[in-house]
Design a protein around this ligand. Structure first.
Ligand code: SF4
Length: 337
């Protein structure tokens, strides 16, 4: 990624020109390149936010900066409009192009994460010239671009095609699709030129998830986690979990927290934790917790309220707020009155 153009675009934005103090949220992989970014912003007071940053759902509600710049993510439309947040999406050119002959399906639903979502229209045309039927569809109101996938939302991947084709790096996004859908998912990495069928990874993670469900089915004390991050807060879902647990004779408590880590939970008395925050913390970080952590749907499976034979991925569509009063005022940027 060449930051020169990125910095030039930021410098020419009116919101940047007007700001005195600018806060930056960088994904983990970019933090080591902080100098390349802040050296182009010498006319401002820059604050690098240190907490891990995984998605546009993570909007800090405190801080006296004039502008917050989030790198590497697009806005989440249904969270509302935050005029004092600038989203620098960091879309990349593909180093390797897709080879039609490596796509062994007659019809595919085409998907990507933000990094390559701008390439999907062109890839669709290319595949169609190879006689493939291709669906490129809008997801629900949590995603911005056609075909775009979030770790917590695969709505753009749902369709009647034979398989799903994902364009992007890593297995995080295609794994989510694979866990959610009962069909083949092929991931093409335009940086390494690899084609990965997600079946093996899916089986590995399902083994982990069903082991957690089994542990939950015999536990009696449950902590229910609610995120304090604007784009992950599902307090009403936490209350549903509390209700069904108590109806099944279990003891419960609700914990509100920002970062979900083992040290956050360790001193509480839960035998199992139900996570209503980012569902991918439950899956990808599972091994880092000393007690089992499950999603809401896994809780339902553990209580035999849902059919265990059909795994349901926890996806976020709508979020809510802790309590019924709208104290954050989502039409305003946080930290601004
Ligand atoms: S909730 Fe998790 S998966 Fe969804 S956008 Fe936020 S960090 Fe990404």
């Amino acid at each position: 990624m060449d930051f020169q153009k990125v910095i030039k675009d930021i410098n020419s934005d009116e919101r940047y020109k007007e700001a005195r103090i600018v806060a930056l949220q960088l994904p983990e992989g970019l933090k080591r390149r902080s100098y390349e970014i802040i050296d182009g912003m010498k006319d401002k007071e820059i604050i690098l936010l240190g907490d891990p940053f995984w998605g546009a759902c993570d909007i800090p509600v405190q801080g006296k900066w004039d502008l917050l710049i989030q790198f590497g993510h697009s806005p989440i439309p249904n969270l509302g409009n935050f005029p004092k947040i600038m989203y620098v999406e960091l879309q990349e050119e593909m180093e390797h192009d897709l080879d039609c002959s490596k796509v062994p399906f007659s019809s595919v639903t085409l998907t990507s994460n933000i990094t390559y979502s701008h390439e999907l229209k062109r890839i669709k045309e290319k595949l169609e010239k190879c006689d493939k039927k291709v669906t490129l569809k809008n997801g629900d109101s949590r995603v911005l671009y056609p075909g775009q996938i979030l770790g917590c939302n695969i709505s753009a991947a749902r369709g009647n095609d034979e398989a799903v084709l994902f364009i992007g790096e890593g297995i995080f996004h295609p794994l989510g699709i694979s866990l959610a859908l009962d069909k083949e998912v092929l991931a093409f990495n335009p940086r390494t030129n690899e084609y990965i069928n997600m079946e093996k990874e899916k089986r590995k993670f399902l083994t982990q998830r069903y082991a957690a469900i089994e542990k939950a089915s015999v536990a009696n004390k449950f902590g229910i986690i609610v995120s304090t991050k604007i784009g992950q807060t599902r307090y009403s879902l936490a209350n549903r979990a509390k209700k069904i647990l108590e109806e099944n004779g279990k003891k419960t408590f609700i914990i509100a927290t920002d970062l979900i880590r083992d040290e956050t939970l360790i001193n509480f008395p839960g035998e199992v934790y139900v996570n209503t925050a980012c569902p991918r913390v439950t899956i990808e970080d599972y091994a880092t917790f000393s007690r089992p952590i499950i999603t809401f749907y896994e809780l339902e499976m553990s209580l035999n309220l849902k059919d265990k034979s059909k795994y349901i991925l926890d996806e976020i569509v709508m979020t809510d707020e802790i309590g019924s009063t709208s104290f954050r005022g989502r039409d305003k940027s946080p930290s601004h009155n």
